[in-house]
Ligand binder design. Structure first.
Ligand code: GTP
Ligand code: MG
Length: 294
């Protein structure tokens, strides 16, 4: 039996847990079954209680205390431990039917998404045919405020691309916290970031051709300075451009339509609807009535 799931990833504080919570609310409002998995061993508070929590297997606090590790090393240890105890996931996820959307909330340590092969091993286990067989979509969140600093935006886009290449599962990239840039970044300007290419750098303010060796962070809204830094940025942007792989969906997490729109991209990516039994027309009527009461 196939299963369906979304792995919510992205740098620290990108809004992953908030998105998971909004997604679960939306799924419930639409009478869809979901199963919430928290894989952040440091997460304490949840809007929706997780159905499966890595902390029941191992907690970051214990690891740091007992192994004398810091938060990042501790997190890697937790994931290595999880990989040695994959039954923890298998036993909980195996009984789920194809109706469920499994929502997996990941921690924000960037190491996980870049150079440590833990995530590919985890994803292989989740998606392996004959085992859990989850049709999995990766959702990579990047904060919309990154568009204010183009160097930061391209660095974030590069990490999204790195996750895409590493995981080899369908992927949606999401610009989260759109409310924070409304008003400060024009609509047309913002559109250019949804399908980023190297022309975004053509009119970057604060760029200078002289290599003055300063290369420190400029004020917010400007590129870091220095000709060699500019060349590096161009090379990174050119790389992203030549792959033509990264584009973003906008997320306004408070707006249910926006959450619904992202969900429809995820559903398409994993072909969720193709596997579902058709619903009785009466189901819809019932849903509409309850929706009206809220
Ligand atoms: N303004 C605004 N704030 C948001 C939004 N989404 C999340 N936040 C805030 O951003 C902070 C981080 O959000 P989380 O959802 O915990 O982010 P996360 O990616 O799960 O963070 P880690 O798990 O620590 O990596 C919290 O203070 C949220 O309230 C949003 O759409 N708009
Ligand atoms: Mg979180």
């Amino acid at each position: 039996m196939s299963k369906y799931g979304v792995l919510v990833m992205g740098p620290a504080g990108a809004g992953k847990s908030t998105f998971c919570s909004a997604l679960i609310t939306h799924l419930r409002n639409n009478r869809r079954s979901c199963f919430y998995v928290n894989l952040d061993p440091a997460a304490e508070e949840f809007t929706h209680e997780p159905d499966l929590d890595i902390k029941d297997l191992i907690s970051l606090e214990d690891v740091m205390e007992e192994m004398g590790l810091g938060p990042n090393g501790g997190l890697i240890y937790c994931f290595e431990f999880l990989l040695e105890n994959l039954d923890f996931l298998t036993e909980a996820l195996d009984p789920l039917s194809e109706e469920y959307l499994i929502v997996i909330d990941m921690p924000g340590q960037i190491e996980l998404y870049t150079h440590i092969p833990i995530l590919p091993a985890l994803v292989k286990h989740l998606t392996k045919t004959g085992a859990l067989d989850i049709n999995l979509c990766a959702a990579y969140l990047l904060e919309a405020t990154f568009v204010v600093d183009k160097a930061k935006f391209f660095a974030g886009t590069l990490s999204a691309m790195s996750a895409m290449i590493m995981l080899e599962v369908p992927h949606v990239n999401i610009l989260s916290k759109m409310d924070l840039v409304k008003g400060s970044v024009g609509k047309r300007e913002l559109k250019r970031f949804l399908d980023p290419d190297s022309t975004l750098l053509d009119d970057a303010p604060g760029e200078e051709d002289v290599d003055d060796g300063t290369q420190q962070a400029g004020e917010s809204g400007t590129m870091m300075r220095g000709a060699s830094f500019k060349r590096l940025n161009r090379a990174v942007a050119g790389l992203i451009d030549s792959f033509s792989m990264v584009s973003y969906l906008r997320l306004e997490v408070q707006d249910e339509d926006s959450v619904g729109e992202i969900l429809s991209y995820i559903d398409d990516a994993i072909q969720y609807h193709e596997a579902q039994e058709p619903r009785e027309p009466n189901d819809e009527v019932e849903y509409d009535e309850t929706a009206g009461e809220n």
